[in-house]
Design a protein around this ligand. Structure first.
Ligand code: NOJ
Length: 672
């Protein structure tokens, strides 16, 4: 299936003498396989720039590239293009789990080699991969005589947008852990450095998302806006102010730009995954997606404690109750938080006290894991570090070896602190190195990972499919304790198009009891039907049913959570408007069944679902979980109607969504 052709150097490389300025311009160009996206790399008076257009319309105007260093002159402003190669690549690869099984990886590549004309004559390469849905590019600073150790102070990469687009963004430094509500403003009104993915809507109705892929031993990228529409790269610093510390060769992450005609095409783009390296784990048979419950919501609601005492949640007896519930209801795992020493007192200030091998006396590890195994339920062990990562790294091998011995196959990690080890940012190069170390070490022990307070995902699950899911989003836990009343209804209509583009989200839906015993003004601002729809809309291969088991009981709505898959053959977005509503349709990987989730913001609305994605000539039983006639998120969230009808691919369904509401549908194929 692979087809790699490398064109000879210089094919698209030519030198133009500009008559007016008498300056020398050098230009290299490349296009997407369908010829619609064009990239130009040019050097003007020694400075290298790129531009991007789609269908001959400029998408990114002349944008600078290059670096500033600590102890060296900048790179990129006194260079010549010395070589250009281009090639085409086409393969289809299979994801072990995901939103889509088979991924087409088809692009044209343009490599532009640049060298300084004088002085140190340093060289570097720019590599562009141009897909039909967008492009990615990265820098490569090869090993060379004049460069050894490198301290990057600034990556000068720009994205000169061609208008003052609308953007959905969260601040890069003001909030913690990417747990913010997205703001929508014009680029010129952002007034802050923002995180990626940064999603924009242009005046002509295109959708553009900028992010990065394969963030390895480098600092995470943020963006700020100058001149009303030019976005400039801001690398997250070390506490010293340095951005990236290394030695040549240095290869940067890919800077990714998805260019879409509809919001849903952002979600179905595979650029970020494709720009990561193929799987490095030789045997992945132990990696399995699944659903889990947890000793968790009780802590967030103040009913249990992580620490020792009369309300301690993770006791042997309580964990066994959760295991029984999981076994009886087809849940694959039970998350256990607060099982280990270190939680007493203000744990986020004393991360160094955490032990990852010593359980509290009322949690009998051997007995609990034996009990879980006998019931075919997996435990999800929790490693909260309080940000003290040296303490964690010192125990990592021992902790994972213990889990491996006891058959704990998933770890949920946590880094609740403004800084790692008291001074470094989570998304700095320091943090990036740590998270990778944990994922790689876990892989050696056959342990899957769910990272909370992570660095923003960049598609690394392709290379390390044990990196199942991550938080890095304002998840449902905010509806338990946030002072601003919880996540507003529009939140989940935005995050699939922003944070969701980066990778799976451990958002933890599943609320059935909407009351909040501690903060009555703060609550889950959805209807029950919308909670169910979120299982289809928000992708995670480990999906939590986050409410207390006693709140699920035998309620019929729970049937949807029991049957909804977490691993998909394919995904479609039949209709969406960012911030207003989303419809997602996904086909189960293990059957002919489809599942649909539809959600709305605070406005009730009627949507039409065209069932043409179903197989023609087949009949499906649609099991519909919809808002009841009187449902609304504010004072009647649990009003739900559950109906069944037979449908086929030529039909359309009308879906009535309440304010803050939704609809979840299982389309069971009756004639396989
Ligand atoms: C924040 C995490 O997001 C949450 O899931 C966890 O329960 C607490 N930290 C404690 O580690």
């Amino acid at each position: 299936m692979k087809d790699l052709t490398i064109a000879l150097a210089g094919i698209v490389f030519f030198i133009v003498a500009s008559c007016q300025s008498h300056s020398l311009q050098q230009i290299a160009t490349g296009s997407s396989p369908d010829g619609k996206i064009d990239i130009t790399v040019e050097v003007i008076r020694g400075q290298v720039y790129y531009t991007a257009s789609k269908d001959s319309t400029l998408i990114i105007g002349k944008s600078k590239l290059g670096f500033e260093f600590k102890d060296m002159a900048p790179l990129g402003d006194k260079v010549d293009i010395v070589n250009v190669t281009s090639g085409a690549f086409n393969e289809t690869w299979e994801q072990p789990w995901g939103e889509k099984r088979l991924i087409e990886n088809r692009y044209d590549e343009l490599t532009v080699s640049l060298r300084e004309k004088k002085g140190m004559k340093r060289s570097f390469n720019l590599i562009f991969r141009i897909f039909n849905e967008g492009f990615g590019f990265r820098y490569e600073i090869p090993k060379q005589e004049k460069i050894d150790s490198i301290i990057i102070m600034k990556e000068m990469t720009e994205f000169a947008m061609t208008g003052d687009h609308h953007a959905w963004w969260i601040p890069a430094y003001k909030d913690r852990f990417y747990e913010s509500l997205y703001r929508k403003t014009l680029l010129s009104d952002m007034g802050d450095t923002v995180c990626t993915p940064l999603t924009m809507e242009t005046g002509s109705g295109k959708y553009i998302a900028i992010h990065e892929a394969n963030l390895t031993d480098y600092a995470a990228m943020n963006l700020y806006c100058v001149d009303s529409s030019t976005l400039v790269c801001d690398l997250t610093p070390w506490s010293t102010g340095e951005k990236v510390v290394g030695r040549a060769p240095i290869i940067t992450p890919w800077r990714t730009v998805i260019i879409a005609d509809a919001p849903g095409d952002l979600i179905t783009s595979n650029i970020i995954l494709n720009l990561n390296e193929p799987c490095k784990i030789p045997d992945i048979s132990w990696i399995k997606p699944g659903k889990y419950i947890g000793i968790w919501w009780g802590m967030h609601h103040g009913m249990y404690t992580w620490s020792q005492g009369p309300l301690h949640g993770a006791t042997t007896a309580n964990t066994k109750k959760y295991i029984d519930f999981a076994a009886a209801n087809g849940m694959n795992g039970v998350l256990v938080e607060g099982w280990n020493r270190g939680w007493d007192g203000d744990w986020s200030l004393h991360g160094d006290s955490f032990s990852f091998t010593e359980p509290y006396p009322d949690f009998e590890m051997e007995e609990v894991t034996r009990y879980a195994a006998a019931k075919h339920v997996g435990l999800i062990g929790h490693h909260e570090t309080g940000g003290a990562i040296t303490n964690y790294e010192n125990q990592l091998e021992e902790a994972f070896s213990l889990y491996q011995r006891l058959g704990v196959r998933v770890v949920k990690t946590g880094y609740v602190n403004s800084f790692l080890d008291g001074k470094e940012r989570h998304k700095s190069q320091y943090g990036v190195r740590h998270y990778r170390k944990v994922v790689e070490t876990a892989a050696r022990y056959h342990i899957m990972v769910d990272i909370h307070e992570p660095v923003m995902p960049t598609g690394l699950q392709r290379t390390y499919p044990n990196l199942m899911t991550q938080e890095g989003v304002r998840g449902q836990e905010w509806d338990a304790w946030s002072a601003d009343r919880g996540n507003p209804p529009e939140h989940t209509t935005i995050i699939p198009f922003t944070r969701g583009l980066a990778g799976p989200m451990d958002f933890t839906p599943g609320t059935f009891d909407f009351s909040n015993p501690v903060l009555p003004q703060t609550k889950v601002q959805t209807t029950l039907a919308k909670q169910l729809a979120l299982y289809v809309i928000l992708y995670s291969p480990l999906q939590m049913a986050s409410d207390l088991p006693e709140n699920y009981g035998n309620r019929k709505a729970f049937e949807f959570i029991k049957v909804v898959p977490v691993d998909w053959e394919e995904t479609r977005i039949p209709d969406a408007r960012i911030g207003d509503y989303v419809i997602t349709a996904r086909k189960d990987r293990n059957s002919e069944d489809w599942y649909v989730g539809a959600i709305t913001d605070e406005h009730q609305r009627e949507l039409t679902l065209d069932l043409s994605f179903l197989m023609p000539d087949k009949t499906y039983l649609a099991q519909i979980f919809k808002d009841g006639d009187n449902a609304n998120w504010e004072n009647n969230p649990t009003d739900i109607a559950i109906t069944e009808i037979r449908v086929n691919s030529s039909q359309q369904l009308t879906m009535k969504l309440a304010s803050g509401g939704g609809q979840a549908i299982r389309l069971k194929c009756l004639s396989p």
